[in-house]
Design a protein around this ligand. Structure first.
Ligand SMILES: [Zn+2]
Length: 320
């Protein structure tokens, strides 16, 4: 377990995804707080137990668990910590919106399937995806009584003060924590090596890519000295440089979409096959590619660069 900043250690918990690990951050000082929680697998629980034992502690000794967002690899063990008597905190926005993905899974799965269909995903693929999502759900223990953090609040965690900032885009209710000395705990709001997935899911805020680009601006304005991130890293030392790279990536994606649409109207699914031509992507990765493509399309629609044709499935066309 590495010391990644004064009073902050990283527990790299294994996850069954291409990133291989999620970085959990153990804040030590006056008390013990864990940021994020991995997925409910034996290997992840063991990594957490061993990491805590290294500091002479057990899961039940934590004062709190704070979740940056509701994605399975950050949220999946929240209920396990609650069972050990640890309060679990999320942003109020995440409790009101994102938490329902997992706490009210069945209706969410039905709404999601309709949303996939509406945007051109083939039926056979939707059937596969439902199995993947059901398997994911079995590896998640949602918090039963998550407690709310609010935007702009300052919280004391393990004896240090952190400002709570809202960075929607990768997830509607994504939060980051900025310590008084400029250390930012960033979750998946910004990542090295990969760009955070930005998807338009069922029930997402209207323009997740617009939210994400605004969140990048906000992160730049916060002038973090360094960012501790949810995967890879653990630290991004030059945050403004990485933000500029991610912004350029999305500008390029928008141009690629315009080029692909020059051939005529297409669905988000068809366009995702153009934007992400890699063969061998898993079902889950294809779903991310589709959601990312749709997020770019609705952003372009807001900018007046494409329009949505009133058809089922929905096709988008370039505005001349
Ligand atoms: Zn995530």
């Amino acid at each position: 377990m590495d010391l990644v900043a004064e009073g902050i250690r990283r527990i790299a918990a294994p996850i069954p995804y291409p990133m291989k690990y999620v970085n959990l951050y153990l804040l030590e000082g006056d008390g013990l707080v864990l940021v994020d929680s991995a997925l409910d697998t034996t290997t992840a629980r063991t990594a957490i137990e061993e990491g805590l034992a290294d500091r002479g502690a057990a899961p039940g000794d934590l004062d709190a668990v704070v979740l940056t967002h509701h994605h399975p690899d950050h949220y999946g063990l929240a209920g396990w910590f609650e069972d050990a008597g640890v309060p679990v905190y999320m942003l109020d926005v995440a409790i009101e919106r994102d938490h329902a993905w997992w706490s009210r899974f069945e209706p969410w799965l039905e709404q999601s399937s309709a949303h996939f269909r509406e945007h051109g995903m083939p039926e056979a693929f939707i059937a596969d995806l439902r199995e993947v999502m059901e398997a994911t759900r079995r590896r998640i223990r949602p918090p039963r009584a998550p407690l709310a953090l609010t935007v702009g609040q300052t919280v004391e965690l393990a004896g240090r003060r952190y400002a709570v900032h809202w960075t929607p885009g990768h997830a509607d209710g994504h939060l980051v924590l900025l310590r008084e000395d400029g250390v930012l705990i960033a979750g998946d709001a910004i990542l090295d090596r990969i760009t955070p997935n930005v998807g338009k899911w069922v029930g997402s805020r209207p323009d997740p890519l617009g939210d994400f680009l605004n969140s990048l601006k906000r992160l730049r304005e916060l002038e973090p000295e360094r960012a501790l991130v949810g995967h890879y890293g653990p630290a991004i030392e030059d945050v403004p440089a990485r933000i500029a790279e991610i912004e350029r990536h999305h500008e390029e994606r928008l141009r690629e979409l315009e080029r692909a649409l020059a051939a005529g109207p297409r669905t988000a699914w068809e366009l995702s096959l153009v934007l992400f031509p890699q063969t061998g992507l898993s079902t889950a990765q294809r779903r991310f590619a589709w959601a990312e493509t749709l997020a770019h399309l609705v952003h372009m629609e807001g900018l007046g660069r494409v329009r949505r044709l009133p058809e089922a499935p929905v096709r988008y066309e370039l505005v001349a």
